[in-house]
Design a protein around this ligand. Structure first.
Ligand code: G3P
Length: 217
């Protein structure tokens, strides 16, 4: 399973990428606004920090304008993935990019039938927003499960990128139902390492080792 960071904080991205466990980065207009810097500058910096797929989202809403913006974003670096909203125009633009060999991430997906259309449009990634579904009392994991079934039924190569992840449980559930990628906030990434029994066990190991009076080096 690939792990992407959902962030535009380049200092944090650099730090977490140093673990060797970060496979890509996703951004969106809200995250770009939080960065408080020019979008093209932020995306270029992230592309230098992480060699994997870097999602940069268009702001246009019509297919022709999305294509123009997406081509500019794709020109930033070879690892840019053009992020498009799951709308009729977004899927028209998606199909155009598929024809040009430009990778795409179709975002704001909330139903399996939307995901079916994105795969038919040749999307590289589909981003079902599981946290926002959970926020409204739906089960975001069920959506990923349904998309996995549909994509496997027809051999679609579009990768399921579980997004809007709120916690470690979402990561586990997405992995169990077969998401190809999960994109997570830096805080959730940090939580993935943690378990109180690990801390407790290590504390005891170190205490017992200290009692031996030995050193390995
Ligand atoms: O960036 C796409 C997605 O991860 C956004 O999630 O937390 O705004 O629902 P969120």
């Amino acid at each position: 399973m690939q792990i992407f960071l959902d962030s535009t904080d380049t200092k944090v991205i650099a730090d977490l990428a140093s673990t060797g466990l970060v496979d890509g980065v996703t951004t969106n207009p809200t995250l770009i606004a939080k960065a408080g810097r020019p979008m093209l500058e932020v995306i270029a910096e992230i592309c230098d920090l992480v060699p994997g797929p870097i999602s940069a989202e268009v702001a246009a809403t019509t297919a022709d304008a999305m294509i123009a913006e997406g081509q500019k974003l794709a020109s930033i670096a070879p690892n840019v993935v053009v992020k498009l909203p799951l709308t009729r125009d977004g899927l028209i633009a998606c199909a155009a990019f598929a024809g040009e060999g430009i990778s795409t991430n179709v975002t704001l997906c909330f139903s399996a039938t939307q995901a079916l259309l994105a795969a038919k449009a040749g999307a590289t990634f589909i981003s079902p927003f599981i946290g926002r579904l959970d926020d409204y009392g739906f089960d975001g994991t069920d959506l990923i499960r349904d998309i996995r079934t549909i994509y496997d039924n027809y051999g679609y190569e579009t990768e399921i990128l579980a997004a809007s992840v709120r916690n470690v449980a979402h990561v586990k559930e997405a992995a169990i139902v077969g998401a190809d990628v999960v994109t997570i906030p830096p805080s959730v990434f940090a939580d993935l390492f943690k378990h109180p029994l690990t801390d407790k066990g290590l504390e005891q190991f170190l205490k017992d080792w200290a009692g031996t009076g030995q050193s390995i080096l």
